[in-house]
Design a protein around this ligand. Sequence first.
Ligand SMILES: Nc1ncnc2c1ncn2[C@@H]1O[C@H](COP(=O)(O)OP(=O)(O)O)[C@@H](O)[C@H]1O
Ligand SMILES: [Mg+2]
Length: 254
Amino acid sequence: MIEALELTKKFTEFTAVDGLSFHVGAGEIYGLLGPNGSGKSTTMRMLLGILQPTSGTARIMGHGIANEIVAAKRVMGYVPEEPVLPERLTGWEYINYVADIWRIQRGPEREEEIEELLTLLDIRDASDDLIETYSKGMARKIGLVAALIHHPKVLILDEVQAGIDPRGAATIKEIMNGLRDRGASILMSTHVLEIAEQMCDRIGIINQGKMIAEGTMDELRLQAKGHSSLEEIFLSLTGGPDMQKIAEFLGEIA
Ligand SMILES: Nc1ncnc2c1ncn2[C@@H]1O[C@H](COP(=O)(O)OP(=O)(O)O)[C@@H](O)[C@H]1O
Ligand SMILES: [Mg+2]
């Protein structure tokens, strides 16, 4: 369970996240959908205790992020947009290092589970290579394995499908569905409407740090009545392309 309560983050004068409230229940996949720079990553970083909110707060499985962040962190798994990984370790070494940090007992059970996840994500063969040789997609996959190893009740995935091959994306979706069905709360971000539609039970559309619409895809469709395609819904809520400026630019380079 994630409860965000009026979360706000200001970077000096600029308000990146503006009074954001939402909840993600047990057994739910919630998507933060919004254009680049709308405050998705900043929101997640506050939930994870990486950034201090300017005001507002959140609870993770009942643990307040202000004064119970250690307990909150224990139940969370996080895959950042660009995972920072130890380049000089192999994938296998890294995952085992993370498993040691979580004090997961060494032995065949742990090894089997790691192998299973690596195989599912098609990175078993690369797991003896140094992480510095990994593509962005492979790095994100190894980041996902690391995030899952302690069986988090709350999973936070920042643009996890970006740069992932279709088979990998479908695998990640199935893993997420499986965890959701086992009662996990999953918060994911995306700027891609189709991904939100395919993966999420509920969606919060954010723009300039504010929640501008929230609900199931069907509810969102109702809220944006009169717009035929999903893309139109998204654009009508977050602002479409500036055709005038595009035309001016194209005119200038003609
Ligand atoms: N550390 C920071 N210092 C200053 N501005 C930041 C910082 N982190 C993010 N921002 C700004 O906050 C806004 C929201 O960023 P972000 O949360 O990364 O958006 P999103 O993940 O939705 O693309 C952007 O305008 C970004 O430039
Ligand atoms: Mg982001």
